[in-house]
Design a protein around this ligand. Structure first.
Ligand code: ACM
Length: 539
């Protein structure tokens, strides 16, 4: 097969040809499709608007993908979709290949300058019998749009209707955009370390549900997990342990860059967190000069909090932090740097405030916006900094008074490490038990009197005191992380537990295909999985 990249002018021709090139047999197959209903597809998060037209688009070996050649990143989005179609259906769908002899249907990923698509990450899908046109004005929007396409490709083909297998996609129109610009999950790699491979799998799952942020809690009392070249003992000493005395570990800078690049391929950013001035035992064991709690620091494998602090009045601490923040910021293309700031219970209040104000300046010097847990609202900081509300409504409201935005992560609703119920195998319950319905049934847009205009987005943190491997991670994260995806993306009037519950039940085949060990909540009537291809089941 001759492969050549399609130019813009031939592209239009190809699409036109595709519209008219259906042979008689194909037309008959299309007409024979049972009536479809795009509106009852199991999409999560639920799109803004779905207008069904009750016909079928045939995804089969005669389908090709074309993408805008001018829009940066569009071709990569097309290739990503082709790869995912391959893993779901085992078909190779060509991308931007001018091989039209047998092509009958097209998926065209188009860069559009329409003002209807001005909102970041907005996309529109027009699905007819012959074509799927995905319009967006950014590759990020197109990437969100292809997650919708992935979700409406059925798990199985209806090969009874034709000599070759066809995956019937319902026709209609989808208009969509997110309600919040920040849609995140957090993974604590400090209490237990998770490998690059585990983090990538978590990214795969989050991206499918249109998350755009993974926050990595990189340091805590029990371990320092990111290599800092100018202060090597942080990982050489501070990375040796984890909760329960297991093996510890850390990301080299190359590992971290690999995670950042993988996230970027999924149009996600990594928000790095160095938690301080409390939660710093591992750093102080490596460099005792920065220890501020008056005790001899020793490696710690327990789960208590609030014992450690940096010596916040020491000037050398801030040159150290300039190095640490500088090295991490240089590897993190996203706009944020998280300084932690929670539970500094043995730091005097004045010293805490002094610290947060000094560190904010360092973060800004490295061209990042500071995020901190809600306690940072006590300091006199800039309106560009961001408060992550986890526990203290008053501190979050103090931040809002300073003009700051808030990320909503209330522990009793949004913490992925809370147990589902008293029978849960893993997790804690100091904030609440959070069953699958309670995770979904709240309104972050007006929670505790914090109104939507002040909210940057939602984040679901997964602390790892009680989990040490990917299966345990998945047990706590899924299915609740899927609900948080909908809370972040879909507006309140478009959400409904009864309706969501059915869509969630239908995620089972995907979760099984991805080998995700989710918690099969008894509140959900999980749909049994079906596999089209044996080899899919293996990976
Ligand atoms: C926290 O849970 N300590 C932010």
């Amino acid at each position: 097969m001759t492969k050549s990249i399609v130019t813009k002018s031939t592209l239009l021709m190809i699409i036109l040809l595709a519209f008219i090139a259906c042979d008689e047999q194909k037309k008959k197959r299309v007409l024979n499709f049972p009536k479809t209903d795009l509106a009852s597809e199991n999409l999560i998060p639920k799109p803004v608007k779905i207008i069904p037209t009750e016909n079928g688009f045939a995804l089969d070996e005669f389908t090709a993908i074309y993408t805008s050649q001018t829009g940066a990143g569009f071709e990569e989005v097309g290739k990503f979709l082709a790869e995912k179609i391959k893993s779901k259906t085992n078909m190779n769908i060509p991308v931007n290949v001018a091989e039209i002899d047998h092509m009958e249907t097209v998926i065209y990923i188009n860069k559009s300058d329409s003002t209807d698509l001005a909102q970041p990450e907005a996309y529109q899908l027009y699905i007819t019998q012959d074509s799927i046109i995905l319009n967006s004005n950014s590759a990020a929007g197109a990437f969100r749009g292809i997650q919708t396409i992935r979700q409406i490709i059925p798990e199985t083909s209806n090969d009874t209707l034709a000599s070759n297998p066809i995956w019937t996609i319902p026709t209609g129109k989808i208009i969509d955009a997110p309600q919040f610009e920040y849609r995140g999950a957090m993974l604590d790699v400090a209490r237990h370390f998770f490998s690059v491979k585990d983090v990538k799998k978590f990214i795969d799952m989050l991206a499918y549900y249109k998350y755009n942020v993974l926050h990595l809690h990189l340091t805590d009392d029990q371990g320092w997990r990111i290599e800092i070249k100018s202060w090597p003992l942080l990982t050489e000493v501070g990375g040796l342990t984890e909760v329960g005395g297991e093996s510890g570990g850390f990301y080299t800078q190359e590992d971290y860059k690999e995670i950042v690049a993988y996230a970027a391929e999924h149009h996600m950013i990594i928000v790095p967190e160095v938690d301080m001035p409390g939660h710093t035992n591992a750093a102080s064991v490596a460099y005792p000069i920065f220890n501020g709690n008056g005790k001899k620091p020793e490696l710690y494998e327990g789960t208590r909090v609030g014992q450690s602090t940096f010596a916040t009045r020491k000037d050398t601490l801030y040159s150290f932090l300039d190095d640490v923040i500088g090295e991490i910021a240089a590897m993190s293309p996203g706009p944020y740097f998280h300084i932690g700031g929670d539970e500094s219970l043995v730091t005097k209040k004045n010293d805490y405030i002094y610290f947060v104000e000094k560190v904010e300046k360092i973060v800004q010097k490295h061209n990042k916006r500071m995020i901190g847990w809600d306690e940072i609202g006590q300091a006199n900081i800039n309106s560009t900094s961001i408060s992550q509300f986890w526990r203290h409504t008053d501190y979050a409201k103090d931040a809002i008074k300073k003009g700051m935005k808030v990320i909503m992560s209330p522990a009793n609703r949004a913490y992925l490490d809370m147990q589902y119920d008293t029978l849960s195998k893993h997790g804690l319950h100091w904030a609440a038990y959070i069953p699958t319905d309670s995770a979904y049934n709240w309104t972050p847009e007006k929670y505790k009197g914090i109104s939507k205009e002040h909210i940057l987005g939602i984040e679901a943190p997964l602390w790892s005191e009680t989990i040490s491997n990917i299966d345990e991670l998945e047990y706590l994260a899924f299915p609740r992380a899927i609900g948080y995806a909908e809370l972040s993306w879909t507006t309140e009037e478009n959400r409904d537990w009864e309706n969501y519950k059915v869509r969630l039940a239908n995620q089972a085949p995907f979760l099984d295909r991805m080998n995700v060990k989710y918690y099969a909540s008894p509140l959900i009537d999980w749909k049994k999985s079906k596999y089209t291809y044996k080899e899919i089941k293996k990976d």
